[in-house]
Design a binder for this molecule. Structure first.
Ligand code: FAD
Length: 393
């Protein structure tokens, strides 16, 4: 498959579906194998070199058919790639298309009140009864659980094994009676995430992703995808949060050398992030794995937060005023959240979230120190201790 072949397929897709609405068009795009070129034939792909994806994205962008990421961010960014890599043929056939068309939204059920950074220590249990599993426990910070039809669930299936080895990953139906979703309101006013209580919720064994006890490996693939999708969206030079800084600088009453210095430093860091993301993208497309996911996740959280702070500072007293009413009782989806985040105050209030979601900055530094630089591991519980014997508060 060459770039010309792919371009021809895109041209045909556009010609045959010129009047389609968004969902219909996405379905046709998936059926033509143009969802993700590297996905298998019949599952939205062409089994082709991932570098060719750029041909599709550029051609669709040109005619205003840019992929609507924010309609199903968890499905597209994490759960879909996990199912494509580790799911059964039946799971791929059942789930990948409605994830791509955003007809079925997804959430990720990993974090728990006692297990966020140390997610491998989680306690939600799944017990096997014949060909199904019964799940009990509590998840927290579950983005979009209130809208999701399906959740990617990490649960403990063997408490007597060491913590990383007794976990299994499942696909759980969020609309069943054993699943209760309660909103959490963030300090930015709206609530895009939730607590999820699981009480005798049922998961058929056919909805298990990977082998029993292999959940940590499956979850790591999901988390790497999450870090990549958080850390590496590449826009043109000067776009994204740094554009807001420049706009605020232009109207700022504080155009002193100190502020100029801050803006310049941040511009350089934002540009380093952009170039680093381009490099990571190019390496990914050539199938060369690297530590970029954690590096870029760390840097994008830091740059985003510093930009949000500097915008508010540059705007002076006006920087603290909301442009519209304080949002109350808003149940965000990804799109609504992006629109709401046009307000500098809400961007500022929400900005610490990006340094926490998908693994905190401290955890990214630990990963880089231990796995990339080969520094000694931080002291902890013996990795061979059974989970049931690890002290918990
Ligand atoms: C906007 C947002 C969306 C989210 N969406 C989801 C979602 O959809 N699904 C989901 O499962 N989770 C989600 N999360 C949860 C997120 O993954 C966790 O909040 C995160 O992993 C941190 O866990 P914690 O909140 O329990 O903090 P803790 O783990 O309790 O950490 C508290 C502090 O201690 C530090 N710390 C902890 N351990 C170490 C260590 N070993 N070394 C150094 N420092 C350490 C941390 O860096 C942090 O500063 C979301 C979070 C946010 C903010």
């Amino acid at each position: 498959m060459t770039a010309d072949d792919v371009e021809q397929l895109v041209r045909r897709l556009l010609a045959e579906h010129v009047d389609d609405g968004e969902t219909e068009f996405l379905g046709a795009q998936f059926d033509a194998g143009l969802a993700r070129v590297d996905y298998p034939l019949d599952h939205g792909g062409l089994d082709a070199d991932p570098a060719l994806q750029d041909v599709i994205d550029t051609a669709l962008d040109r005619v205003g058919r840019r992929y609507p990421w924010l309609r199903n961010p968890m499905g597209i960014g994490m759960c879909g790639p996990t199912i494509a890599a580790r799911g059964t043929e039946e799971q791929k056939a059942r789930f990948l298309r409605p994830i791509f068309t955003a007809e079925e939204l997804w959430c990720q059920l990993f974090s728990e009140p006692g297990a966020g950074s140390d997610v491998a220590g989680l306690g939600t249990g799944a017990v096997r009864h014949g060909d199904q599993w019964v799940v009990n426990g509590q998840k927290i910070w579950t983005s979009l659980a209130h809208l999701a039809k399906w959740g990617l669930l990490l649960a403990r299936t063997d408490p007597e094994r060491p913590k990383h080895k007794g976990l299994t990953t499942f696909i759980i139906d969020m609309r069943q009676s054993g699943v209760e979703v309660r909103p959490i309101r963030s300090m930015a006013g709206a609530s895009g995430f939730n607590e999820v209580f699981l009480t005798d919720a049922v998961v058929p064994d056919a909805m298990r992703v990977g082998e029993v006890g292999e959940g940590w490996r499956v979850a790591n693939a999901t988390l790497m995808n999450e870090r990549v999708s958080i850390g590496s969206e590449v826009g043109p030079r000067g776009s994204g949060p740094i554009a807001d800084v420049i706009a605020a600088w232009r109207v700022s009453a504080e155009q002193c050398p100190v502020r100029r210095d801050e803006v310049t430093r941040l511009w350089i860091d934002a540009e380093l992030l952009r170039l680093g993301s381009l490099r990571a993208q190019a390496k990914r497309e050539r199938g060369i794995p690297g530590p970029e996911g954690s590096v870029l996740k760390l840097l994008s959280g830091q740059v985003g937060q510093r930009c949000a702070e500097l915008v508010v500072d540059l705007l002076g007293p006006r920087g603290g005023l909301l442009r519209g009413p304080y949002p109350t009782n808003v149940r965000d989806d990804g799109q609504a959240e992006a629109e709401r985040l046009q307000d500098p105050v809400l961007v500022f209030i929400g900005s610490p979230g990006t340094t926490i979601a998908g693994g905190t900055n401290n955890i990214q530094k630990n990963i880089l120190g231990e796995r990339v630089l080969g520094l000694p591991r931080e002291p902890g519980v013996d990795p061979n201790t059974p989970w049931s014997q690890i002290p918990r508060s």
